[in-house]
Design a protein around this ligand. Sequence first.
Ligand code: FES
Ligand code: MG
Length: 599
Amino acid sequence: TQGQNGVPDLEDAGEHVHKLRSDNWFNRKDDIGLSALYIERYLNYGLTPEELTSGKPIIGIAQSGSDISPCNRHHIQIAKRVREAIRSAGGVALEFPVHSIQETSRRPTATLDRNLSYLSLVEMLYAYPFDGVVLLTGCDKTTPAALMAAATMNIPAICLNVGPMLNGYIKNQRVGSGTVVWQARELHAQGKLDAAGFMDMISSGTPSVGHCNTMGTASTMNALAEALGMALPGSAGIPAPYRERMQCAYQTGLQIVEMVRADRKPSDIMTREAFENAIVVNTAIGGSTNAPIHLNAIAKHIGVPLDNDDWDRIGLKIPLLVNVMPAGEMLMEEYHRAGALPAVMAELFDQGKIHVNALTCTGKTIGECVEGKNSWDRATIRAYDQPLKHDAGFVHLTGTLFDSAIMKTSVIAEDFRKEYLENPDDPNAFEAKVVVFDGPEDYNKRLESADIDRRTILVMRGTGPLGYPGAAEVVNMHPPGRLLKAGISSLPCIGDGRQSGTSGSPSILNASPEAADGGNLALLQDGDRLRVDLNKKRVDILLSEAELAARRADLNARGGYKGPESHTPWQDIFRRETGQLNEGMVLKRAVQFQRVAQT
Ligand code: FES
Ligand code: MG
């Protein structure tokens, strides 16, 4: 029988057909004494030996909400509904906490915890008797951390998003969480907003439980989890407080038990085709610039080759279809009502832009899940031939300043385009002098006093994975107050850090190698000139090779480019073990461990 969302109704599913991983704990024919030892402590909250030994799949619920992870906190309630479904499908649920990550208050930066959460989750899944796992995802880094762990472990796994917040409003104007911060900062810098007004404006963007209600990194990564086939169709966009969220939790719980019985694993779902689909989807939704970092990381952990050239080649020419902030006007409530990801993928399906045969967690192909689901609300999800923007993906740039950096072209404002990209003699290219900041503290200190005019490139360095540790979201810099007052809302920004997915800044970011890893960004000085050429996809330093060599020798003599000291053991370990942003910022030693569950 078929339930909601096409998910099979599993309440009367029969005996399991293959040997369960948990049998190695609870059903050891070779050593019943050992099994007794494994079983006995699980009984002290009322489980019976019969439940643990009768072939019921043991399903983990990796619970990522907590008081310090407010974006995911609603999972404390949602997990109960998942548990009921697992039970009614004939499984046993074991809920456990995941290392908490809070995007906005974690110092120095939340990305530092993605790999830590990943490591801890792999260890939990490996060490305990799980046959499958429901990954409760939401806030930015919680989703990639969970998918990376699922990739390494390769036991049946399914994502369940906490869901976005309801729309924020000031009067009848939509206010997007995250995105409003950048707007409020500009108003504050222009002297149009006092401290209390600043606080009010930002708070109005966060009206309920759930993650950011814009197409920031959270909405993006959960949409990509669904595009990969790792979440139920239509699930990622359901606002956290909606009744469908709890119903979806129930369907997800049923589905994971079916997945264990069918032995449907991440490696069956997260194939090269699935990753290519996710890249296409990311452009169509106007997804975050953090997506390449995280998707490349997930791919590395499951052994699928994927790099930033793939993002440019597969994603750049796709149009922007979703009219949600920061690239558009709406928020996630409209997006959900308009049909959410299945509606977006139906457009891509009709144009032959996705691999329709990629398998999903449901056992159906992605094509079967999305065909004919086109939106009725064309203001929010556009038809493929009437997009918000053409060629809306990421440009992959190289050159003498870095080997790899990306630029999200869909958020470039018209005034920026006119000033920088529409010179008839040199279209899509410009040369300008730089002002260089060593981290956000230096930027805050010197922004108003530095020699910045309307033709200045702002450079942010020392903010990559090793420099800041974790890579800070600081490349989107606003111009000094005097330029903002003169109506100049954005200058070109380049940096080795990241930028928030909720930001609409025309930045060249994720530059690798970073200054602290030997990148040429470390050699720049205020007043140097750069050439940015979006046709050739290059950023070059307009200095002689001899000058660069002399500066390099000088830097080496001073011991290289140094970021702040490490203040905790993990900061130090992270810096020693982690690769660059273009490579997914993964723990280099971790990627050699694949399909761990089979060992
Ligand atoms: Fe957690 Fe945006 S800060 S989802
Ligand atoms: Mg974010």
